[in-house]
Write a protein that binds this ligand. Structure first.
Ligand SMILES: C[S@@+](CC[C@H](N)C(=O)[O-])C[C@H]1O[C@@H](n2cnc3c(N)ncnc32)[C@H](O)[C@@H]1O
Length: 251
């Protein structure tokens, strides 16, 4: 077993420590991760899904990195939405170790959606909905509005933009967890102003260190303390041109 595999296994075993039949559940989860990696790298040869192609790095930079979200929030049951999921990160690794959660993967790019549908079938996981669509459009649909306990999005957009994508989906009292890296102080400040407009409060900033990779990752944990105002999300042109929290010019 490689070093990265051992680290992933140890992390999974820790997550299952309290569960009955912990060893069997951890072994099943690890087997799913290895199958997931196999499918990801096989598809990636003909469909561009990820720039991370080293098998060890898939385990750390994709799987372990996704699982660190559970160090911030880990309810027994949860409706989880992963926005801009790409090849499934961070939503699908979380689902592998928390199979009772209901997961929705939202992704705008058709080839990634095709991979997500394929890999969910191969992994034989129930309770996953893969949606081909754009966050700023679906966020206006009453069926999705305030319908999730936990919303995640990794590497999707600048902080104020991703907050506007995420807040409309989060129920009051629910949580948004964003894995981030390298936000400037200005982006962070604008994110805080955006949060204010979107009914969110920043509850925690938790640093994350992956094995052999101390590259300044952190999780931002936001609470939806009041409903997201109905005029959000705006259309994408407006979101990108005038991100929420933007300082207005003038004298
Ligand atoms: C850099 S990739 C990150 C993928 C994955 N979250 C990860 O961390 O590996 C960004 C993904 O977000 C998707 N995306 C960007 N904007 C989106 C939007 N408005 N709605 C849905 N998906 C979006 C893109 O298609 C792309 O797959």
């Amino acid at each position: 077993m490689s070093e990265a595999e051992e680290t992933l296994q140890a992390f999974i075993e820790q997550l299952y420590a309290q569960a009955p039949e912990a060893a069997a559940q951890a072994a099943q989860a690890l087997a799913r991760f290895l199958r997931y990696r196999e499918e990801l790298l096989r598809w990636n040869e003909r469909v561009n899904l990820t720039a991370i192609v080293d098998p060890e790095e898939v385990l750390t930079r994709h799987f372990l990195d996704s699982l660190t979200i559970l160090t911030a929030v880990d309810p027994p049951i949860c409706r989880l939405l992963d926005i801009g999921s790409g090849a499934g990160f961070p939503g699908l690794p979380i689902k592998i170790v928390r199979p009772a959660w209901a997961l929705t993967l939202l992704e705008a790019t058709a080839r990634k959606v095709a991979f997500l549908r394929h890999v969910c079938q191969v992994l034989e996981l129930e309770g996953i909905t893969v949606v081909h669509g754009r966050a700023e459009l679906l966020g206006r649909d009453p069926a999705y509005r305030g319908a999730f306990d936990l919303v995640t999005a990794r590497a999707v957009a600048a902080l104020p933009v991703v907050l506007e994508y995420a807040a409309p989906y989060c129920r009051v009292g629910g949580t948004i967890v964003l894995p981030r890296k390298g936000d400037s102080p200005e982006e962070m400040e604008q994110g805080l102003r955006a949060a204010d407009q979107l009914g969110l409060t920043l509850e925690a900033q938790l640093s994350v260190t992956l094995p052999g990779l101390d590259d300044g990752r952190y999780l931002l944990l936001w609470r939806q303390h009041q409903p997201c105002p109905p005029h959000f999300p705006r259309n994408n042109a407006a979101i990108l041109k005038h991100p929420a929290g933007e300082r207005l010019g003038g004298c």
